[in-house]
Write a protein of this length. Structure first.
Lengths: 316, 459
């Protein structure tokens, strides 16, 4: 049993869970929900074991380091964080419809990380498309998006040999996971509000929307998720600064990655403060949350692949 | 006139206190910060001119986009942000302090009307008995209450987490403290670098952006420097300097670091100045040691040769090490040696020697047999040097930011008021509660508390 195999099972598992959650929206069957939820929990456990196994494997290769140090491992941990946060929300609110909008994020992330394990025919197709991409930053960006990151366990350059790196990655990505949940819930909110405005008759809604939580609950979960994510992001930025200070003697140097994490921080701080005035709830809050998650994704992938910086994940 | 003047000040004050300004500034900061991640910062004019046309270069330069995080307008935005923080806190803090220090311990009907969690019951028990039981019950299930008696009516007041109201202010203050730390660092600190050759020492470092050296006030010597690699690869796993500080002015010589290993992520700090392992490189030519066996005489001798140095051999010839690789294709040290024959005796040749294959040169069948024994290469260690007396202020601010925002988000100030009124032959009890945050959770808590109080009352 290798971690790569378990990660493939994880990817497949999230795919099936996603399909079941979406099926649940259509058929509203208790059995389907139960299957989707149990599967998500189970696959989450499998993924946890896989991450642990990869850690062990790094020791077997004589390298020995936490599995949180390159683009591949960060993507795996991102997917794990999204599901962890989803599970917490599920335990508290018991609204399985949310799974249909959050689990896809986890599946897409895992699927991207595992692109290297596609069947050879598909893989070579992707490779020929990627080969046709032009040179330059944008070409590189699309190439990496198409081919996924490399999953080899590379030894760490001395600058990355720091416990701060672990704290930094864990806090940042748990925060990102919370923002992913908030984004998924915001999309649900916008769909539901849009439909409600189209037929305001007040008749009980059928179709896909029947199982959506009420807009009030969706708005509340959006807020709660960001309230959890924001302190985590704050900790992520601080641990990053502490690490930079140990390694280079500068806790802040306005490098693009740092700056973008601060931009994301500003966006969510604006979200929270806009909310304190009670003005920005509902639709505007939902849009701001989606916008914040877009900024988060850019901070994670766009900065490394499109902008230059000091960070190690760049270039896959 | 004066009313108008006050109006003006009120308008300005309200502007600086407003949350609208906060949201606007935060979004402006987010948007403008993007510029510096797209336009490279602090490059030379030549580099910019390669990327941009003359006109665009002038425009971007005039807008300070090449060093935007230190431009007047970005700093102005940060100043506005700080003023906003200070004003809104000053505006609200007195009221919050008053609410915490002088709580309303006697709840009138007006107060009860504003509470969304209220419960009223009556009982046959006399006022004193009710008071005794509820006092104990509140203490057991929430917090010990304060008791006030007014005209035969008993008022109980209990609260928890009053200080959590300060979470917001601690958070806001922490941001100002972080700024303060950054300012202290830029006024009283510096950033620089220095290269020390193995065996050498320095007492000056070079500051960033300045072309003159800066005196340390003590001496740092690099006794040794080395690099370790992952397996047989060329990827460094560790590079380390052994540094020793000499400071005759130090009172306590035991505190002066001696032979301290400095590696990446583990710097050396002395007198507020920190040395970070950051780079390395060769200093001067490497020196090789070889054994040369003279086939005719059977004599062998060990010689040392600096790279490029002409070393004479018996018989009039000479040799010179011209090139080397410390880890040639993963096989360890290899050197290229040029053979210079004696005057008029053949033409120059070139041989390769491998440390791992000591007999390699025997097969050549030359007059001499060369064996490569090893080499020494002096390195220099590259150190970043930083003095930042503000860094602890920054960390204090960060800690406050984390704790303050957790308190602001997840804790709430919960208050419970109880009024016990003697009625004709019964006793009326009114319980009300409020939380300054997270109402849904408080509702659940209040229901639970009600149940507990009723149970204790009837017991
Ligand atoms: C980044 C700079 C910040 C600025 C300029 C700022 C400014 C403000 C302002 C003007 C208010 C309104 C106070 C009022 O209601 O009168 C406020 C409220 C608040 N801020 Fe901030 N804030 C900042 C950062 C933060 C951060 C990082 C947090 C949380 C971690 C935070 C948490 C709060 C909270 C919880 C309130 C509500 C106060 C209440 O309801 O009593 N602020 N802030």
């Amino acid at each position: 049993m290798t971690s790569a195999l378990l990660f493939n099972i994880t990817t497949l598992g999230y795919f099936i869970a996603m399909v079941l959650f979406i099926l649940f929206l259509a058929v509203r069957s208790k059995g389907v929900t139960l299957a989707a939820t149990l599967l998500t929990y189970l696959v989450f456990l499998v993924q946890t074991v896989a991450i642990g196994l990869r850690w062990v494997e790094s020791y077997q290769q004589g390298i020995g380091r936490a599995p949180l140090t390159n683009l591949y491992e960060s993507a795996v941990f991102f997917a794990w964080s999204i599901v962890l946060l989803y599970i917490l929300i599920d335990l508290k609110y018991r609204q399985p419809a949310i799974g249909a909008f959050v689990v896809p994020f986890a599946f897409l992330t895992m699927n991207w990380a595992q692109l290297g394990y596609l069947p050879p025919a598909l893989r070579s197709g992707l490779e020929s498309v990627a080969g046709a991409m032009p040179e330059g930053a944008f070409g590189n960006f699309f190439r990496t998006m198409l081919l996924g990151p490399s999953d080899t366990i590379e030894p760490l350059v001395p600058a990355l040999q720091s416990n701060w790196l672990t704290y930094h990655v864990v806090t940042c990505f748990l925060g990102y996971g919370a923002f992913a949940v908030a984004c998924g819930v915001s999309i649900m909110y916008l769909i539901k509000v849009g439909k409600e405005e189209k037929n305001p008759s007040g008749s009980p809604m059928g179709g896909l929307l029947g199982v959506f939580p009420s807009t009030r609950v969706l708005d509340d979960i959006n807020y709660k998720a960001i309230m959890v994510g924001f302190p985590l992001l704050t900790l992520g930025i601080i641990t990053g600064a502490a690490w930079a200070n140990y390694a280079w003697g500068t806790y802040w140097s306005w490098d693009p990655k740092e700056t973008w994490s601060l931009i994301v921080w500003f966006v969510y701080a604006a979200f929270l403060h806009a909310r304190f005035t009670r003005g920005w709830v509902g639709r505007r809050a939902a849009w701001l949350s989606i916008f914040g998650f877009a900024a988060t994704i850019f901070c994670y992938l766009g900065v490394n692949l499109l902008l230059s910086g000091l960070h190690s994940y760049g270039g896959g | 006139m004066s009313a108008k003047k006050r109006d003006f000040f009120t308008i300005v004050w309200d502007f600086f206190c407003s949350l609208k300004l906060t949201v606007t500034t935060l979004i402006l900061l987010a948007v403008t910060s993007i510029i510096g991640t797209v336009v490279q910062q602090n490059r030379s004019p030549e580099e910019y001119l390669q990327e941009y046309s003359e006109g665009v270069y002038r425009l971007l330069s005039a807008l300070n986009f090449f060093d935007m995080y230190h431009s007047w307008w970005f700093l102005a935005l940060l100043t506005l942000f700080s003023i906003n923080l200070i004003c809104c806190s000053l505006n609200r803090l007195p009221r919050v302090i008053k609410a915490v220090r002088e709580p309303v311990t006697v709840a009138g009907d007006d107060l009860f009307r504003t509470l969304s969690n209220v419960e009223e019951v009556t009982t046959r028990r006399p006022v004193d008995a009710v008071r005794e039981r509820l006092e104990a019950a509140l203490g057991k299930h929430f917090a010990p209450p304060m008791v006030t008696e007014v005209d035969g009516t008993v008022h109980l007041f209990a609260q928890k987490g009053a200080w959590s109201r300060f979470g917001v202010y601690i958070t806001h203050a922490s941001i100002l403290i972080i700024f303060l730390g950054a300012i202290i660092g830029s006024l009283f600190g510096y950033k620089g670098y220095v290269n020390i050759v193995e065996g050498g020492e320095v007492s000056q470092v070079w500051l960033r952006g300045a072309n003159k050296p800066h005196d340390l006030g003590f001496t740092v010597a690099c006794e040794k420097f080395w690099v370790e690699y992952y397996g047989k690869s060329n990827r460094p796993s560790k590079f380390a300097s052994i540094l020793t500080v000499t400071d005759p002015t130090a009172k306590d010589q035991d505190k002066v670091p001696r032979q301290r290993e400095v590696i990446v992520n583990d710097p050396l700090t002395y007198r507020g100045i920190t040395f970070y392992q950051s780079s390395y490189g060769p200093a001067g030519d490497p020196v090789f040691s070889l054994r040369v066996l003279d086939r005719k005489s059977g004599e062998s001798a060990e010689v040392t040769a600096r790279q490029g140095q002409r070393v004479p051999l018996s018989g009039g010839g000479a040799f010179r090490v011209v090139d080397f690789d410390p880890n040639y294709k993963g096989f360890g040290l290899a050197a290229a040696v040029e053979l210079i024959p004696a005057e008029g005796k053949g033409s120059p040749g070139r041989i390769l020697l491998y440390q791992q294959a000591p007999d390699f040169d025997t097969r050549r069948g030359g007059e001499q047999v060369f064996t490569l024994l090893g080499h020494t290469q002096k390195q220099y260690t590259g150190l970043q040097v930083a003095k930042d007396p503000g860094v602890w202020v920054v960390w204090t601010g960060c800690l406050m930011l984390v704790l303050g925002s957790m308190a602001a988000f997840f804790l709430s100030h919960r208050r419970i008021w109880v009024t016990i009124v003697p009625l004709e032959n019964r006793t009326g009890i009114k319980v009300g509660g409020s939380a300054h945050r997270n109402q849904p959770a408080f509702e659940i808590f209040f229901d639970e508390l009600k149940k507990n109080l009723k149970a204790e009352l009837e017991a």
